[in-house]
Write a protein that binds this ligand. Structure first.
Ligand SMILES: C[S@@+](CC[C@H](N)C(=O)[O-])C[C@H]1O[C@@H](n2cnc3c(N)ncnc32)[C@H](O)[C@@H]1O
Length: 287
């Protein structure tokens, strides 16, 4: 957004934000969000013939430039929607993705369609913002959902999201591979996890915007499959007989993750597609 910080009509302010972002290839929603944050109004409640004051114009300019540098719109907003709720997000947590909505929905459907009727124990491993744990807890009234997260910064966001959106979720600040030692065998009805799955090789070639998200949320520092192997192995005995495991997997990983589950003795292994018809969910049963 070029030009001086002068007073201008709201119409002109919005047009400037929009022109700058659309010309640079960003979507219209980004312009609307930045206008909303700067002016405190969404475009549908705006009288475009009013003057925007100086702080509004300055904030709009600053945020537009920040976005144009590649900084994610979700972090600029400080919150992002997931299914039917709005999660706080900041640079300490992975931005919730649409494919993860499919994972949460899948886990919810499994619970609803199964014979798990009372005192259901679910653990969300690598919980981040808490999107999956919170979605399950809001839908399944009788589920006890635990959300395990290792990063202290993410844990702060997780606890605030839980308090606001699903206070029955139990947050745990721990390494999932230590947490497994603290719980009894055969105590879980379901494990759900969207672990870091970008390999060390792929990490260096990610899109620029992704580097604003925590490395620990994206990269497994190995071949991309490390967490699937370790979770499948270490948590198998924590699952009840016929208990379920539901993984989000990266693009083109569903076959390899299915193979891992088979190797560790899980049965009824299935791959499901997300809303974009990509095979991003792999689930199995503790036979
Ligand atoms: C891919 S993100 C998923 C976040 C959230 N579940 C989602 O779907 O948006 C992985 C998360 O796992 C956390 N994490 C990585 N290694 C972990 C470990 N060993 N134990 C617990 N959490 C871990 C990261 O800090 C990050 O928040």
């Amino acid at each position: 957004m070029r030009g001086k910080f002068v007073k201008m009509l709201r119409r002109d302010l919005y047009r400037r934000i929009k022109d700058a972002l659309l010309t640079a290839g960003f979507p219209l929603i980004d312009a609307r969000e930045i206008y909303r944050i700067a002016s405190g109004k969404n475009i549908f409640d705006t009288n475009f013939d009013e003057m925007a004051d100086r702080p509004e114009v300055e904030t709009a300019k600053k945020l537009t430039e920040k976005r144009m540098s590649g900084y994610p719109i979700q972090y600029i907003c400080g919150s992002w929607s997931f299914l039917d709720f709005e999660l706080e997000v900041n640079e300490n947590v992975l931005i919730p993705r649409p494919e993860t909505e499919s994972v949460a929905n899948c886990a919810i459907e499994i619970i609803k369609n199964s014979r798990m009727k009372r005192n259901i124990n679910v653990v969300d491993l690598c919980s981040g913002s808490g999107c999956i744990a919170i979605a399950i807890s809001r839908e399944i009234g009788n589920a006890s959902v635990t959300a395990v997260e290792i990063s202290a910064g993410a844990y702060e966001v997780l606890t605030r999201n839980i308090k606001k959106l699903a206070p029955r979720v139990i947050p745990v600040l721990d390494d999932i591979f230590h947490y497994s030692e603290t719980i009894e065998d055969s105590c879980l009805d379901m494990i759900v996890s969207n672990p870091p799955y970008v390999s060390l090789n792929d990490y260096s070639a990610l899109q620029k915007e992704l580097y604003y998200e925590p490395r620990i949320a994206l990269c497994d520092e190995g071949d991309g499959l490390d967490y699937y192997r370790k979770i499948s192995e270490e948590y198998k005995r924590k699952l009840k007989k016929r208990g379920h495991i539901v993984f989000e997997v990266g693009d083109n990983m569903s076959d390899e993750v299915s193979l891992i589950l088979r190797e560790y003795g899980y049965g009824n292994i299935k791959t499901m597609k997300d809303g974009f018809l990509n095979p991003r969910i792999v689930m199995a049963v503790n036979d």
